[in-house]
Design a protein around this ligand. Structure first.
Ligand code: FDA
Length: 304
């Protein structure tokens, strides 16, 4: 049942008509729990509040299905606005983005041009940029572009997904760049030909890559709401005398907010992923797919 629901919401997340419709009608159906607002001003106010509580942030301007150059350029302009707001208001925030929204599916030239514009603005404002990882079909291309950008800029990192079979090799392959990586379980619907279908195997592989990347001496963001993975990381760093400034935990805005603050109190660096913008629908559907309790929350909100 849970798997069927997950597939249903992942299916809905890819619907272009619903994506377009949702943009027109504003944050609805409880999406405001997971999305900080539709404008950069609203997002900045949310970030200030999180920073006051000791939480670091990474901000993401939401955008799905970008398939022409004008839209990709606009997406990049909006990310640059977010970077400038971070710099101007001295927010404790990084930036996250999806390369499809910068033109990954259009051409290498468009995506590289937009990524360079963003990374230049980010360098000027001392902002670190993480390239989110999307579905498997874009993984190799994303990593190839990441490597090119990483050889030009220091302030860029990316994401590695534990559910893919290829992941251990990617961690080995990327090690020569000493990258700052966000490690996650993986959020897209993938075929068993490329990804572990069983949760236990994903969890085991997650632990394997956390250990590999940390013991390689690289900065590691462990992005999960799963206490088992958090406890594993805490024990690992203790056993290997890894200092608290070589890693951080990350969670999504609106999910396990109390746990986030507990980790801050325990002395760990905790970063919250804060999405904003009018294109909230696909992101929201992926969050519903992750957890039936989120669906119950939304249904309650709808009938209030
Ligand atoms: P999982 O969903 O397996 O949950 C495990 C356990 O966590 C649950 O059983 C429960 O105990 C606890 N839990 C989870 N949600 C809870 C809640 N709301 N309340 C209480 N307990 C809860 N994916 C991707 O493919 N590309 C990307 O770039 C990113 N980026 C990214 C950034 C950040 C900051 C995060 C946190 C996540 C991502 N993801 C991602 C998403 C990621 O791949 C994954 O889909 C989700 O984090 C869900 O997996 P978890 O590791 O949280 O555990």
């Amino acid at each position: 049942m849970e798997q069927a629901m997950r597939n249903f919401f992942l299916f809905l997340s890819k619907n272009r008509s619903l994506t377009r419709m949702a943009k027109k009608y504003g944050l609805k159906f409880g999406a405001a729990r997971f999305v900080a607002g539709e404008t950069v001003e609203k997002a900045a106010a949310v970030i200030q509040n999180l920073n006051k509580q000791g939480l670091a942030v990474t901000i993401d301007y939401l955008g799905e299905f970008v398939d022409n150059e004008r839209e990709a350029d606009e997406m990049a302009d909006n990310s640059i606005k977010a970077i400038e707001a971070i710099g101007k208001q001295k927010l404790n925030s990084q930036l996250s983005l999806k390369m499809t929204s910068m033109g990954l599916d259009i051409s290498d030239e468009v995506v590289m041009r937009n990524m360079r514009r963003i990374l230049e603005a980010a360098k000027k404002n001392h902002v670190f940029v993480t390239i989110d990882m999307e579905d498997f079909s874009r993984c190799q291309k994303s990593l190839d572009i990441f490597k090119r950008l990483k050889s030009e800029y220091d302030n860029v990192g990316t994401v590695i997904q534990a559910y893919l079979y290829r992941t251990v090799n990617d961690i080995k392959d990327l090690n020569e760049f000493h990258p700052n990586l966000r490690l996650v379980k993986g959020a897209y619907k993938e075929s068993p030909e490329v990804a572990f279908p069983e949760k236990k195997d994903v969890d085991d592989n997650f632990k394997t890559i956390i250990k590999m990347h940390l013991l390689n001496g690289n900065y590691t963001a462990v992005a999960t709401h799963d206490d088992a993975m958090i406890e594993y990381t805490k024990q690992l760093v203790k056993d290997h005398n890894i200092s608290n400034d070589q890693f951080e935990f990350q969670m999504l805005y609106g999910i396990r907010s109390e746990r986030q603050l507990e980790l801050v109190k325990e002395g760990y660096k905790m970063r919250v992923y804060v999405p904003y913008g009018t294109d909230w629908y696909g992101y929201f559907m992926r969050r519903l797919a992750e957890r039936p309790a989120n669906v119950a929350f939304v249904l309650k909100g709808m009938f209030k």
